[in-house]
Ligand binder design. Structure first.
Ligand code: AMP
Length: 267
């Protein structure tokens, strides 16, 4: 993809929200019975999977393993602990849907039981645990620190395999081809914020990606071989589907903490 193409794409995106924050609301009966006059931006919230909250105590998540398909939790649920991460969203498009159906076909042939994400994102932090009273100062620290970042473009590349630290889940993700320097600066900035709250920083050598599918256990070798074959097909799809399918124009980043979602607009 040429720079000219990237600039043309950039020129297509003009809309710029003046809103700074999507929401700081908890799940409530109002949210469950949505009003028609809600802000359009809040539609993002609809698409996010909402954990199984106990409405009498919204901080507490009812942990039902059947709801998370056998995944083991990396940290126990404890009252007042909010699972928190910062990310760039990626909207599924036609090209991605086609890729997913190719992945599904190939994994079936290879007898690999993959599960697919409903929502896609590029992580800028690990999932860390924040105490409830620290949510507001944490979000404010992020807002202050990333306030000087400009919008930028990420170009997507081939499939790569990732594994979580516990080696309990293996992921198939789309790597990034451009945007690394800005992403790294964002991570350094967010690492600084995490440090202020004594929270674990991101990986020393970040490999930015968007996870598409996952399976239980360490299936690195199997998935690597699958990715090798699929990358040839992906190359064809990248030619077949227009460039917009393989770019992210990053205008905002999000912080999700429990059932709260915060938006930070870039300049
Ligand atoms: P994510 O889709 O962001 O949740 O990432 C999927 C998995 O990739 C996570 O469980 C990470 O631990 C793992 N991962 C392994 N190595 C890296 C790395 N160098 N950079 C980013 N993520 C990584």
């Amino acid at each position: 993809m040429s720079n000219k193409g990237a600039l043309a794409l950039l020129a297509q995106y003009e809309g710029d929200s003046s809103e700074d924050e999507v929401s700081g609301t908890r799940v409530s009966t109002k949210r469950l019975h949505r009003d028609d006059d809600e802000e359009p931006q809040n539609k993002r919230l609809e698409r996010l999977p909402v954990p199984n909250f106990n409405l009498n105590n919204p901080e507490e998540v009812v942990d039902d393993p059947t709801l998370h398909e056998g995944r083991l939790r990396s940290f126990p649920h404890e009252r007042g602990n909010w699972a928190t991460y910062v990310y760039i969203p990626y909207e599924a498009n036609e090209g991605l849907h086609r890729l997913i159906s190719r992945i599904a076909d190939s994994s079936q042939v290879e007898n690999i039981e993959l599960k697919y994400f409903d929502h896609f994102h590029l992580s800028l932090t690990r999932t860390v645990i924040l105490r409830h009273h620290l949510i507001e100062p944490f979000v404010n620290t992020i807002r202050e620190n990333i306030s000087h970042f400009n919008k930028f473009i990420i170009m997507l590349d081939g499939l790569e395999v990732y594994i979580n630290e516990e080696k309990t889940r293996t992921f198939l993700g789309l790597q990034i081809k451009t945007g690394y320097d800005t992403l790294l600066k964002l991570v350094q900035c967010l690492d600084h914020c995490l440090g202020e709250f004594k929270l674990e920083k991101f990986y020393e050598n970040p490999s930015f990606h968007i996870s598409i599918a996952w399976c239980l256990g360490d299936q690195t070798e199997k998935l690597k071989s699958l990715a090798r074959d699929l990358n040839q097909e992906l190359e064809q799809l990248m030619n077949e589907f227009s460039q917009e399918n393989w770019y992210i124009y990053v205008q905002e980043i999000f912080c999700r903490t429990g059932n709260k979602l915060f938006q930070f607009n870039l300049l």
